[in-house]
Design a protein around this ligand. Structure first.
Ligand code: DMJ
Length: 551
């Protein structure tokens, strides 16, 4: 069994001196007595100055912290001191928001999956079945760790050690449990080195494996953790499994095989990839529905938002996570994106680039908040794109970021709606009442963060700060943070849910946006779709059973 090579969280290099190297000249100069006296005077003045300066420094600059404290994330590349002060204030503000979300959950929802911040009690949804598995605790672990909230992290770890049990008679979503629980536990393990997180991740993964017992090996959407019986969502076309669900397991499952030496996880996800590769794709597009009994596509609906989104994301990230050796994943990503660009991406009359949805040969000119993550994905995939199109994809990322910012800016609350149209004179605004809500989602801020990392254009920090202010003003309540039902109303009502992804993703991406690039550098870490960072498996670090290198 391999042990993980724990990676440095920051990319900082420690300068070294070669043995025997010295900064002093090798010859000795003979000084006269008066010169010696003057030198001594200068030296003692210098020492007094240093001591004085030390006492006038603010307290926290005297101690170098070796953990992930605020001091570690402050912005070396920021030019002006004023800007640096601004960013560190924003970082601190982000920690304050996390504290409020966490403390509220700790007080009113502890052990429940999520929190009702208005009713001040626990909350859950059907994705967790009727389980009470502390989804918020597991999802928030790495954010707490990264922000240096160590007492809270310890508290969470203790709860996990004593209470997190997967032998429950609950029918859960395989996808959601994978990205939030397995992803969250693995990231916590890699960051902290605490074995318990790995052990729990593997226990849970074992419980998910029966979901793959279908005639095709395409997993069911849901599985009962106790009985292992699986089934699909009643609403899915023709009894199908969902592309974004069975296509968003790769990162976590490859890490499970890496950590345990058990090839089963790797084989399951590679089987899905192989099966998809053999199938015909209408217009080169992947439909969102696939029947796990027949192996046939359901309705021809393609989207880069809900139902499709993270399938494309995981193709790119499989390549990145393999230290760019999984070229099959990269090629599949490139082909998929090429077809998406051809059929789904358009410019509105007002000049906004948007990604629509393809429904049975027809383009719906509507974009979801979920789709906004794609700006970051395009930027992340720019390097390594075919035909030297890196500039093009970075530009596409910037255009999507701009469109999504417009969807926020054109509302009363300055928070983005769930879906917005580009039709009949409409530009980036929601039309239907049931598309006007904002449920603390991260995708727009996620794209700002990736764009910031790749361009350092200050507008992305500015846009992120606008989102912080709006969330604080309209979503913060005494019992935590709540989603709002209508972003176009100056007097919105709350949905009374603090989603676990608000702590896992939204607050983490905001924190990273105002932090140094050296915090979790993208050359070493790949974020799963729930913003849980997993290390790149550098060559020589990994021998996957069944991988090319072994054959
Ligand atoms: C998260 O759970 C993940 O980002 C997922 O991929 C889709 N969206 C939600 C948050 O909006």
């Amino acid at each position: 069994m391999t042990t993980p090579a724990l990676l440095p969280l920051s990319g900082r290099r420690i300068p070294t001196l070669s043995p025997g190297a010295s900064s002093f000249p090798h010859h000795r100069a003979t000084l006269r007595l008066s010169e010696k006296f003057i030198l001594l005077l200068i030296l003692s003045a210098f020492i007094t100055l240093c001591f004085g300066a030390f006492f006038f420094l603010p307290d926290n600059s005297k101690h170098k912290r070796f953990d992930f404290g605020l001091e570690d994330v402050l912005i070396p590349h920021i030019e002006s001191e004023k800007e640096a002060r601004h960013s560190s204030r924003q970082v601190i503000h982000g920690v304050g928001m996390m504290k409020h979300a966490w403390d509220s959950y700790r007080q009113y929802g502890w052990g429940h999956n999520e929190l009702k911040p208005i009713a001040k009690k626990g909350h859950s949804t059907n994705i967790f079945g009727n389980s009470q598995m502390g989804a918020t605790i597991v999802d928030a672990l790495d954010t707490l760790y990264i922000m240096g909230l160590h007492d809270e992290f310890k508290d969470a770890q203790e709860w996990i050690e004593q209470n997190l049990d997967f032998s429950v008679n609950a029918e859960v979503s395989v996808f959601e449990v994978n990205i939030r629980f397995i992803g969250g536990l693995l990231a916590a393990y890699y960051l902290s080195g605490q074995e318990v997180f790995k052990v729990k991740a593997v226990q849970l993964a074992e419980k998910l494996l029966p979901a793959f017992n279908t005639p095709t090996g395409i997993p069911w959407a849901m599985v009962n953790l106790k009985s292992g019986v699986g089934r699909n969502w009643g609403w899915a076309s023709a009894g199908s499994s969902i592309l974004a669900e069975f296509g968003t397991l790769h990162m976590e499952f490859v890490h499970l095989t890496y950590l345990t030496g058990n090839p089963a996880y790797y084989q399951k996800v590679m089987h899905i990839r192989k099966l998809l590769a053999k199938m015909d794709r209408p217009n080169g597009l992947y439909p969102n529905y696939l029947n796990p009994r027949t192996g046939r596509w359901g309705q021809h609906h393609t989207s880069v938002g809900g139902l499709g989104d993270s399938f494309y994301e995981y193709l790119l990230k499989a390549w990145l996570m393999s230290d760019k050796t999984d070229t099959e994943a990269r090629k599949t990503y490139d082909d998929a994106i090429e077809a998406i660009e051809r059929h789904l991406i358009r410019k509105s009359n007002g000049g906004l680039t948007f990604i629509g949805e393809w429904k049975n040969g027809h383009l719906e000119r509507k974009m979801g908040h979920l789709t906004c993550f794609a700006g970051g994905m395009f930027a992340l995939g720019a390097d390594g794109s075919p035909d030297d199109k890196a500039g093009h994809y970075l530009q596409l990322g910037a255009e999507i970021a701009h469109t999504c910012h417009e969807s926020y800016d054109r509302t009363v609350l300055k928070l983005g709606p769930e879906a917005f149209k580009f039709d009949s004179g409409l530009e980036a605004v929601a039309v239907r009442q049931n598309e006007k809500y904002y449920i603390l989602r991260p995708e727009v801020i996620e794209t700002y963060w990736y764009m910031w990392r790749f361009t350092h254009d200050p507008k992305y920090r500015q846009w992120g700060w606008e989102a912080v202010q709006a969330i604080d003003k309209y979503c913060r309540v005494s019992g935590g943070f709540s989603g709002v039902k209508d972003v176009y109303s100056s007097n919105p009502t709350y949905d009374d849910v603090q989603q676990s992804f608000f702590l896992a993703e939204t607050l983490k991406y905001l924190y990273l946006l105002f932090s140094s690039d050296e915090l979790l550098p993208l050359e070493n870490w790949v974020f799963n779709t729930e913003a849980h960072p997993l290390p790149v498996l550098h060559q020589g670090n990994i021998t996957l059973p069944g991988s090319e290198t072994q054959r």
